[in-house]
Design a protein around this ligand. Structure first.
Ligand code: EPZ
Length: 422
């Protein structure tokens, strides 16, 4: 397994290109199952998760081609389409569950393995299944697989989510595009990835209103056509790289960055003493003056502070002036980066869903272990400011969500190398 070695202390300067959003692309790709016509995605990120989704769709019988070094994904699902999503693929990536809605809508049945828990939590699928049952599906859990059928086809329904689940919003929105009648989702997720999926489905002929708000209305149609769609910018990669100059000084321009995608995050950076400036090409980020200030953060569904940037913000708070409180309200176990940061001399105390961070002058490089995607990159960020070398092991977690992280950071002056593993 590869590792990444970061030698801290360099201030950064230059431009970092921001890729298309992993979490938008992973929802857009299963939409190919909703039509027999070609669906082409531009600005796709080059990530191992995209390869996993490609393998899953191919295992179902879809044709998926990666063009222009992975930037373009050309898909078509002429059929016949298998409706069994195998555990071997699904266990690698929870987002595989996003084929459930499209398969039910297209074929009237689906057998999808439950993803199983992952490092950050149990991540059940009750919100997905309750909603699909309201639309007429019959779903049974057997041998770790969801066996779903919609004998008479899916019907539009009025659905109220108990929690604004991103994946459930995506699954139900896709299923509802071909259902008979109108579906209304109350308490829908409002993430930009939902808006991006709705925009692509509309290009395919779907009738969707309200994406980006808490109430989404979908009028079912008989069939969908093909489309070409550019994946929205990755707001989590953007926020991650905005933190790099915040942590180790200097100034970085994130090319393609959009302030509307990271508004609440940028407000927290401003409160911590980090200047964020919109430019013609993206977002320019630099410390306003000296040491950052400790601030409090509570993760919330969009447009609140993103849970996917909590670990990275903790890395910044480790050397901030004062005490900060980071409350994680979305997942039950998303502080696995804390013990690793402690190894670097951070002062972090976790009690239940809140981490209390007392800033120290400087962290010290150390060998640390990546545990999940966002925890991994928070260790890289901490290493940028630490004294000496930080060796981040198990970086396959990183490659799931970040394109060539060492190349992007080295290009702005970081001392960072990937060391091929045994
Ligand atoms: C998406 O996961 C993202 N993944 C996650 O990003 C992100 O952290 C999450 O949304 C929250 O923003 C993709 O888009 C591929 P949820 P998802 O359904 O859809 C509970 C990353 O690092 N829940 O909004 O799985 C669930 O357990 C990843 O890129 C139920 O209880 O998230 C969790 O505690 C990590 N029952 C909370 O809701 C359900 O049926 C949020 O889950 C569904 C969810």
């Amino acid at each position: 397994m590869d590792s990444i070695v970061v030698t801290g202390g360099n201030a950064l300067s230059g431009q970092i290109p921001i890729a298309g959003a992993k979490n938008a692309c992973l929802a857009l790709m299963p939409a190919t199952l909703l039509t027999e016509e070609p669906l082409t995605l531009m600005n796709a990120p080059r990530l191992s998760d995209i390869k996993t989704m490609t393998a899953l769709l191919q295992s179902l019988g879809a044709e998926v081609q990666s063009l222009q070094e992975g930037r373009v994904i050309a898909m078509s699902s002429l059929g016949p389409i298998s409706t069994t999503a195998d555990y071997d693929i699904v266990r690698k990536m929870r987002a595989s569950n996003l084929v459930l809605g499209p398969l039910l809508a297209r074929e009237g049945h689906a057998i999808v393995s439950l993803p199983g828990g992952c490092a950050i939590g149990a991540r059940p699928m009750d919100i997905h299944t309750t909603a699909l049952e309201a639309m007429g599906a019959e779903i049974e859990l057997r041998d770790g697989y969801l066996h779903a059928t919609a004998p008479g086809g899916l019907k539009g329904a009025k659905i109220a989510f108990r929690f604004a689940s991103v994946g459930a919003t995506e699954n139900i929105m896709m299923a509802a595009t071909l259902a008979k009648g109108t579906t209304v989702i109350e308490n829908a997720a409002r993430e930009p990835e939902i808006v991006d999926l709705a925009a692509c489905l509309a290009k395919m002929g779907a009738q969707i209103d309200g994406a980006g708000s808490s109430t989404i209305t979908i009028q079912g149609v008989d069939r969908l056509g093909g489309a070409t769609h550019a994946v929205v910018t990755d707001r989590i990669e953007l926020g991650t790289y905005m933190l790099a100059p915040a942590i180790c000084g200097g100034e970085v321009e994130c090319i393609g960055g959009r302030l509307d995608l990271v508004q609440s995050f940028a407000e927290k950076l401003d409160a911590a003493g980090i200047a964020v400036e919109e430019t013609a090409a993206g977002l320019k980020v630099a410390r306003k003056n000296g040491r950052t200030s400790a601030i409090d953060v509570s993760t919330q569904p969009f447009p609140g502070f993103p849970t996917d940037l909590q670990a990275q913000m903790m890395a910044l708070m480790c050397t901030a002036d004062g005490v900060s409180h980071l409350e994680e309200t979305i997942f039950e176990n998303r502080f696995m980066h804390a013990p690793e940061l402690l190894r670097m001399g951070a002062d972090v105390e976790v009690h239940g869903g809140t981490a209390t961070v007392t800033g120290v002058e400087r962290l010290k490089g150390a060998p640390v272990m990546a545990t999940d995607l966002r925890a991994s990159v928070s260790l890289i960020l901490a290493g940028l400011a630490a004294e000496g070398d930080t060796v981040v092991n198990r970086v396959y977690h990183l490659d799931r969500g970040y394109e060539h992280v060492e190349e992007k950071l080295r290009a702005v002056g970081a001392k960072i190398e990937r060391v091929p593993g045994a």
